[in-house]
Design a protein around this ligand. Structure first.
Ligand SMILES: C[S@@+](CC[C@H](N)C(=O)[O-])C[C@H]1O[C@@H](n2cnc3c(N)ncnc32)[C@H](O)[C@@H]1O
Length: 222
């Protein structure tokens, strides 16, 4: 049992109708203002089906709600890609007029340029891995939420944790994407789930999807 409400968990598990968001009524993907307005929309994911996109969109919204419920002030993400989750968090902080920052890193910079220019204060990007990111964040900064979504080979998640854990706040939340057998990080995530007393697993895949797409949430410090 975690610290997230059942309603929110159902949202990710069951298709998103509960929170007044209908996954089948999506704004057009090239409509950037709709992307920002909804905090849950995606760009540059060409070639994905509506079903796949709806799963990604739900995750953005879900994690923002999670951050909101836990009163999260600073976030670290590993694996920025185009910045879907990065800028969704950035928009969340900007709307709150909070001083919160989302720190993110990737080995390749493929961020959406327009979004980048909109969230200069809220979104801090480092080109490199989690070690380089952690070296760029003051050790006095405390991070309330970690979203680990970078390298997926065996041992990669453990390295990310090792590199970042000195930044943990007392009541932090760790979220690990892609907790599925097909990824090299599966076994280490399973051990984390077994070891920690307070965890949640949510399947964010669409009901019709071929594979499950689980996310592991660990409540509290590593
Ligand atoms: C699944 S994508 C991230 C998606 C993104 N978090 C989002 O929500 O839109 C994984 C990203 O991790 C990056 N990556 C791979 N190895 C990495 C590493 N060691 N450190 C940081 N990023 C890495 C890849 O380049 C890729 O862009």
């Amino acid at each position: 049992m975690g610290m997230v409400s059942d309603k929110l968990m159902d949202f990710l598990n069951n298709g998103g109708f509960d929170l007044g968001y209908d996954e089948w009524e999506l704004p057009k993907l090239d409509d950037m203002d709709a992307v920002l307005e909804n905090s849950v929309h995606v760009w540059d994911y060409k070639g994905l089906t509506e079903e796949q996109i709806s799963a990604i969109q739900k995750r953005g919204y879900f994690l923002v709600k999670l951050a909101q419920q836990a009163n999260v002030k600073n976030i670290v993400e590993v694996g920025t890609a185009q910045g879907y989750q990065f800028y969704t968090f950035g928009k969340y902080f900007k709307d709150l007029e909070s001083t919160g920052i989302v720190y993110s890193c990737d080995l390749r910079d493929v961020r959406n340029e327009r979004m980048n220019s909109l969230f200069l204060k809220e979104c801090f990007y480092v080109n490199g891995n989690s070690e380089k990111l952690s070296n760029s964040i003051s050790s006095k900064t405390k991070i309330d939420m970690f979203f680990i979504d970078g390298a997926h080979q065996k041992g990669d998640v453990l390295s990310d944790i090792e590199n970042l854990k000195h930044l943990q706040s007392d009541n932090c939340i760790w979220v690990f994407d892609d907790y599925d057998e097909r990824f090299g990080i599966y076994e280490e995530l399973k051990l984390l789930e077994e070891k920690h007393p307070n965890t949640s697993v949510v399947n964010q895949a669409h009901k019709k999807a071929k594979y499950s797409n689980n996310m592991l949430i660990v409540w509290g410090k590593m």
